[in-house]
Design a protein around this ligand. Structure first.
Ligand code: R5P
Length: 300
């Protein structure tokens, strides 16, 4: 049984790690754009009869979707036994409902597109809020690896007396689990989003936690506005933010700088996306274990 791991769109480090964990090898890929922008892809290794795992950092996502669909098709034609997809960050999960009439519910459409292309999918903490589970929208087997154990280990080691704080109700699922595993109290605010960069957060009474270091935990930082507003709210109630821990650091435009200016002295992210210069919490080992569980049933 041969496992070949292919890095799509430059996910080379993650692909090498996955290949090592899975006891497989990296299969090289040639990819470039034609002068008109269309995608050229060429699988450079033997994949006939192999269990192939595509690995991609889905940020920015749209060009990678095209690569994944084309590659999965090509790999089947080349005789791959199965084509799985490991995406440490699963994009397009936040538009999980038609908030305004006429909007595309992109989480569902994206799931349909991927489910038609790959045999299975593994990811880390997708933004499951209005969709209860990946199986609600993905028709292929899909595993969501929790980052809470790794984040809790980090908190226990670095800020053992923390109060774990989530900025909104969505973050409650991560905050509760991280707090439980770290043996710390956990609280969440209630967020009202007025626009991409305009949010309000209402907090429960925070007096009981004054004097304890707060660790803000959220699944995604994009514009950074949620965490900036949370830092301001905590500060106004006399809570000192010791760190912000984020699962998926998208850091759109000047988000990292705005967070620093708002007092996020210690910003830590999980290694689901390539990051420059930030401390990382490793979740790729757990992701490889999930991939192994998904590969096995198709090996016959
Ligand atoms: C949504 O509710 C997510 O959990 C994050 O809080 C959100 O995506 C963060 O986005 P931003 O950094 O743009 O405020």
């Amino acid at each position: 049984m041969t496992t070949r791991v292919i890095a799509v769109g430059g996910a080379d480090a993650a692909a090498a790690r996955l290949a090592a964990c899975l006891g497989g090898t990296v299969c090289p890929l040639a990819q470039r754009r034609f002068p008109d922008g269309e995608h050229y892809l060429r699988v450079l290794g033997a994949v006939e009869g192999a269990d192939v795992v595509l690995v991609a950092h889905l940020h920015p996502v749209d060009p990678l979707l095209v690569d994944i669909v084309f590659l999965a098709d090509a790999l089947r034609e080349l005789g791959a036994r199965q084509v799985g997809l490991v995406v440490p960050y699963l994009a397009y999960m936040r538009q999980d409902r038609r908030f305004q009439p006429g909007e595309a519910v992109t989480s569902v459409s994206f799931a349909r597109l991927l489910s038609r292309s790959v045999d299975w999918l593994a990811t880390v903490d997708p933004h499951l809020h209005r969709h209860a589970a990946l199986s609600a929208i993905y028709s292929v087997p899909a595993l969501a690896v929790p980052s809470a154990p790794a984040i809790a280990r980090w908190i226990r080691a670095e800020v053992p007396d923390a109060v774990v704080v989530g900025p909104d109700e969505e973050s409650g699922q991560w905050v509760d689990e991280v707090a439980r595993l770290a043996g710390c109290p956990g609280i969440t605010g209630r967020k009202l989003r007025h626009g991409d960069r305009s949010v309000e957060i209402a907090w429960p009474a925070l007096q009981p936690w004054r004097g304890r270091p707060a660790v803000l935990v959220d699944d995604i930082v994009s514009s950074g506005q949620t965490l900036v507003t949370a830092l301001q709210g905590l500060g106004a109630q006399g809570l000192q933010a010791a760190a912000c821990v984020v699962v998926h650091g998208l850091f759109a435009q000047d988000a990292a700088q705005r967070l620093q200016e708002a007092g996020a002295s210690r910003l830590v992210v999980c290694n689901t996306l390539p990051q420059a210069g930030l401390p990382l919490i490793d979740v790729l080992g757990d992701l490889a274990e999930a991939a192994a569980r998904l590969i096995a049933p198709r090996q016959g």
